[in-house]
Design a protein around this ligand. Structure first.
Ligand SMILES: O=C(O)c1ccccc1N[C@@H]1O[C@H](COP(=O)(O)O)[C@@H](O)[C@H]1O
Length: 206
C-alpha cells in the first residue's frame, strides 16, 4: 500500500506548526472560520506560514466563506490549497486561485461516490463525521464502513482520529491521507508535541 499522508489541522501557534513539520506532517491546516475555537487571525496565519520549511502544504479551511473574503486572504497569504468545510456547492468551490479539497460529512444512506462526482474539479474529498449543526472539528469518528472501497477522488479521512484508532482507520478505509485536529490537542487550538509525533509515527508505520 502507498504511504498515507497526514495533515495536522487547526494549527494556531508557530511552535505547533514546526513540531508537525519536523515530525513529518505533509500538510498543516489553518482555520479561517471565525466561529471556530481554532480560528486564526491573518497575522497568526502569516507568522505560521512564513515559519514553515519547504514541502509542507499549507491548507486554508473555510466554512461558507464569501469569494471576496477568500480572495482577500489569498492576496496576502501564500496558501497552497483550500479546504471547503461547509455547504459550498461545486460552483462555490471552483474558480479560486488555488486548488481545493471538499469536505463531506458522512451519514448513513449518503451516496458518497455520487457526492464526490459532483465536485469534479476537487483535488480530493475529505470525509468527516456528520453532527447536526456543527460543520466539523467535532472530535467524533464516523462509521468507516460507510466509505465505499472505490471512490473517484483521493480520500482524506477525518473525524475523531487519534493515535489509538488511526491504524485501524487506515486498514479499513485505505485513504490517501488522514487529517487530525482534536486528537492531537491539549486544548482547542493548542497542540501537544508528543501527540503529534505519536500520531504521525502511527500513520507512517501503518
Ligand atoms: O476545527 C474546527 O474547529 C473546525 C470548524 C469547522 C469546520 C471544520 C473544523 N475542523 C476540521 O474537522 C475535521 C475533523 O476534526 P477532528 O479531528 O475531529 O477534531 C478536520 O479536518 C478539522 O480540521
Amino acid at each position: 500500500m502507498a504511504a498515507v499522508r497526514s495533515k495536522i489541522c487547526g494549527i494556531t501557534r508557530v511552535e505547533d506548526a514546526l513540531v508537525a513539520a519536523e515530525a513529518g506532517a505533509d500538510a498543516i491546516g489553518l482555520v479561517f472560520y471565525p466561529q471556530s475555537p481554532r480560528a486564526v487571525t491573518l497575522q497568526q496565519a502569516q507568522a505560521i506560514v512564513s515559519a514553515l520549511p519547504p514541502f509542507v502544504t499549507t491548507v486554508g479551511l473555510f466554512v461558507n466563506a464569501s469569494r471576496c473574503d477568500i480572495g482577500e486572504i489569498l492576496d496576502v497569504l501564500p496558501l497552497d490549497l483550500l479546504q471547503f468545510h461547509g455547504d459550498e456547492t461545486p460552483a462555490d468551490c471552483d474558480g479560486h486561485r488555488r486548488p481545493y479539497i471538499k469536505a463531506l460529512r458522512v451519514r448513513p444512506g449518503e451516496d458518497v461516490a455520487a457526492r464526490c462526482l459532483e465536485y469534479r474539479n476537487a483535488s480530493g474529498i475529505l470525509l468527516d463525521t456528520y453532527v447536526p449543526g456543527v460543520p466539523g472539528g467535532t472530535g467524533e469518528a464516523f462509521d468507516w464502513s460507510l466509505v465505499p472501497r472505490v471512490l473517484p477522488k483521493p480520500v482524506i479521512l477525518a473525524g475523531g482520529l487519534t493515535v489509538r484508532n488511526v491504524r485501524s482507520a487506515i486498514a479499513q478505509v485505505a485513504p490517501y491521507a488522514v487529517d487530525v485536529s482534536g486528537g492531537v490537542e491539549v486544548g482547542k487550538g493548542v497542540k501537544d508535541a508528543e501527540k503529534i509525533r505519536a500520531f504521525i509515527r502511527e500513520v507512517q508505520s501503518a
